[in-house]
Design a protein around this ligand. Sequence first.
Ligand code: SF4
Length: 417
Amino acid sequence: MSTTATAAVLRERGQREVFCGLTGIIWLHRKIQDAFFLVVGSRTCAHLLQSAAGVMIFAEPRFATAIIDERDLAGLADMNAELDRVVAGVLAQRPDIRLLFLVGSCPSEVIKLDLSRAAARLSQTFAPRVRILNYSGSGIETTFTQGEDACLASLVPSLPLERNAPPSLLVVGALADVVEDQFRRLFEALGVGPVSFFPPRSSTNLPPIGPNTSFLTVQPFLSSTVRALGERKLRRIAAPFPLGAEGTLLWLKAAADAWGVDPKQFRAITEPGYERARRALLRQQTYLTGKRVFFFPDSQLEIPLARFLSRELGMRLVEISTPYLDRQQLGRELDLLPPGILLVEGQNVDKQLDRCRAAKPDLVVCGLGLANPLEAEGLTTKWAIELLFTPIQGFDQAGDLAELFARPLVRDSLLVA
Ligand code: SF4
């Protein structure tokens, strides 16, 4: 166990209970509207995508699975020829597609299928109509939000370079369009920009970068993307994440300070949104203040969420676990956590379940696999994955974010009444 200024960190290794990186396809394909995600995987991968996508299977989805069957595993078929055939079929059927990701999986890694070579080969075949990239969503040693990180990192080398561009801001991480529009308006009012969002809504509209481009992340799980942007010489603006009234204010302030915005002007522009958020949070405090919350490691959003729940809603933090603790990404968040709390990096699920049962928290934030058994034992749970499917960033979403945690507690109190 090591200690930091803010917290003890317990590192655990053992059995883990998380979804794999393929899950990110569900929100990424909604965001990049001319992209197609072709998973090179097994029937399990196809099943995961279908069930995670839920209601959307009735729409024409922009993802599919090229199934590696047993013949391929035995090395009897030429998987590359098969892949070329599937890609040609998808692109013939979908002339609207401009970007195709070949997404690696556990099976494609097991047979050591080189998807980067396949992507380079297919790019040549379909250039310039379609750009073809690859990344891995494999479940081995990953967690479900790392799919977005790997996807965005694969896209960074394609960002066009403009050597003489004026200073600009790149906001990095998939956001709901409504949230993106709110942030765009705030940055414009502050005079920060020009601002671009990455990933863009259309792959033909990749934001240009230059030697004076800075970036601000909206998600804490983008370590590889941040590294890739660093390699392209972009400057990172360190900030907490825009969750809650305070988080959003500090996130905007970091960009405003980098642009030298006058503090009075900053206050005048951000105050209405900040106050709206504070009022929305007051309504949820009734249900949440004083309640004890326990985080299992899952989405990598755990630390910013814990900061939000404790500082803005008065919840008590029992244990905060996160799959990976990237101190560079989370430094500003760690500074805001109350002293003396238990942080856990990694997972040994049995030991953690024992601690959780002993602590009897009011609310457990965890993955789907643990939620049902814990509910059956009488604990109240919140699925972490919902936080990725719901717009939660920004002033106008702060109340909704708090409500996501209040809802299971309200539901339980109604059942008891
Ligand atoms: Fe399962 Fe691996 Fe496919 Fe994910 S990538 S669904 S963990 S087989």
